[in-house]
Design a protein around this ligand. Structure first.
Ligand code: HEM
Length: 512
């Protein structure tokens, strides 16, 4: 094979003209004579006397992602290697943990300890990382570009491994299923959330059954047994999709401002649902809608099935259409009263208990995706030179990174502490005691995330706003991070909720 041929550096140096042009990158020798005219960076880049026939490693990594050299069309340019040398540089290590400082949470970093994560969590993390890197990441990157929903083959593979069920967290729904490591608690669920978000594609990530993560819990916790027995297996097997349909054009975080109505038929057997829902994740392809409705007794949650009177239209947002974000209309939709989730008029309790879990999932994802940025920035500032020195040598750049790391570490550690409470509290206790802390954590993590996105753009400069090349992840994150600050409750609303929850527990007689 060509790649096994060896050349001395002196031999390579002789190929330094436009008609005969070789370069060395990380000890590999490339013939770019014909490629130079197709090169996106122009032919002239290769003709510089420091590049033609020379070692262009530093110049290359200042301008390209490592993955460029892994593309088959460019691998073909390789003639061989420099005699006695071995390639040293690596990019994304599929299936492996990153060795870049702070790119992994401390429990996954060499030599650190954790009171929370045990052997079973580590086993699961390894298995999910392989699943994400080998199956989900390639699909995520492709679907982000074409805007199609996640491939059914990915959904099916996840179903075979019972991943859709495990992503719902611990509970009776896991009974009888074969789990990837046999046991399951909220830390296992945290592992799932944090590994999935590493696919680095926000719209796709939401398209990958996020609707189920927020739309199915009301069914699991409050659905009638017969309804559960029908719907839950269909969703877990990846054959059908469910979404949460609460927000409307009239009201988002203000659940009491909702205007979709459900009225009973004269015989009391059906609800008739009318109204619309907006920004509904996965709504475009959902078969089931967990809908918040105004009813005679107040606010009620009802499972509506796709059918006569249900229409969904895609909404174009700043992230990709892979999420299936929809405007949903209900026009005299008849729904059996057996589809009521929880008590009639008790919908606010159903929603509030659901919001806690939804917000916690979002905190898991936010904490982990901030690390993707840290890893990208750490690499960038070491391989990119400005003013004749690596960016890492500039104090102002290091100061930004210090803030990024401190923010991300604080979010992760607070998250782990709340997750520990969840493992030890009943669902009801969680609803009572954790609504406030989770509201604060979500507000805090998304504010941290947005600041980290701004700092990363500053470090990457123009590449931070360019959709291809070295800053691709940064541009994507910066463009999509506002979703985190809105979905599941806007930051200001959550901040106030947290304080109001604290005030509920304020002793009447306490004085300074
Ligand atoms: C086998 C070696 C090389 C291959 C396969 C290659 C390939 C590419 C590709 C695919 C791009 C488009 C941007 C991207 O996807 O990242 C690009 C951009 C570019 N390349 Fe190369 N390149 C090589 C070597 C070099 C070298 C040695 C230089 C010299 C300094 C260079 C300078 C540039 C420049 C200036 C750009 C534009 C960067 C930008 O727009 O930010 N390339 N190259």
């Amino acid at each position: 094979m060509a790649a096994t041929k060896t050349f001395t550096r002196e031999e390579v140096a002789k190929h330094n003209t436009a008609d005969d042009l070789w370069i060395i990158i990380d000890s590999k020798v490339y013939n770019v004579t014909r490629f130079k005219d197709l090169h996106p960076g122009g032919a002239h880049a290769f003709l510089d006397e420091d590049i033609a026939g020379q070692d262009a490693t530093e110049a290359f990594y200042g301008l390209h992602l490592h993955e460029v050299l892994e593309r088959p069309q460019y691998q073909r340019l390789q003639l061989g290697v420099v005699a006695g040398e071995q390639p040293q540089i690596y990019g994304k290590l599929a299936g492996a943990n990153s060795d870049v400082p702070y790119a992994e949470p401390s429990w996954l970093s060499e030599g650190y300890y954790s009171p929370y994560f045990k052997e079973s969590h580590r086993r699961l993390q390894k298995a999910v990382r392989e699943l994400v890197d080998e199956l989900i990441y390639p699909d995520a990157q492709a679907r982000e570009l074409d805007g199609k929903r996640p491939s059914q083959s990915v959904i099916d593979r996840m179903a075979e491994l019972n991943v859709h069920a495990m992503r719902m967290g611990p509970g009776k729904h896991l009974k009888g299923l074969t789990l990837m490591n046999g046991v399951f608690d909220y830390f296992h669920e945290l592992v799932f959330n944090q590994e999935f978000v590493r696919c680095g594609a926000r719209g796709y990530g939401d398209g990958l059954n996020a609707g189920c993560v927020i739309g199915l819990p009301p069914m699991l916790n409050f659905g009638a047994p017969a309804l559960r027995a029908r719907v839950v297996p269909e969703v877990f097997s990846g054959k059908k999709f469910i979404c949460l349909a609460v927000s409307e054009a009239h009201a988002g975080s203000d659940v009491f401002g909702l205007q979709t109505t459900a009225e009973k038929t004269a015989d009391g057997k059906f609800w008739v649902v009318n109204g619309h829902k907006k920004w509904i994740t996965n709504g475009v392809f959902a078969d089931y809608f967990t809908v918040g409705c105004k009813t005679e007794d107040g606010f009620t949650v009802i499972l509506v099935e796709r059918g006569a009177g249900v229409e969904t239209k895609p909404i174009k947002t700043s992230y990709s259409a892979a999420a299936g974000t929809a405007f949903v209309t209900f026009d005299n939709v008849r729904v059996p009263v057996e589809n009521t989730l929880g008590e009639e008029g008790g919908g606010i309790f159903v929603m509030l208990s659901n919001f806690n879990h939804e917000r916690w999932v979002m905190c898991c994802c936010s904490a982990r995706s901030q690390r993707l940025l840290i890893e990208a920035c750490m690499k960038w500032i070491h391989q990119r030179k400005a003013f004749g020195k690596p960016l890492a040598s500039l104090a102002v750049v290091r100061a930004k990174l210090a803030q990024m790391i401190a923010r991300t570490e604080s979010v992760q550690h607070w998250l782990e502490s709340i997750t520990y409470q969840m493992c030890n509290m009943s669902y009801k206790e969680q609803a009572n005691k954790l609504a406030g802390p989770l509201a604060f954590l979500k507000m805090y993590s998304t504010r941290c995330a947005q600041q980290t996105a701004v700092d990363a753009v500053q470090m990457f400069g123009g590449r931070g706003v360019t959709q291809s090349g070295m800053g691709r992840l940064i541009e994507h994150y910066y463009r999509t991070v506002p979703f985190d600050g809105l979905l599941g409750g806007a930051e200001d609303v959550l901040a106030d909720l947290g304080v109001r929850q604290a005030m509920r527990g304020m002793p009447k007689n306490a004085r300074l």
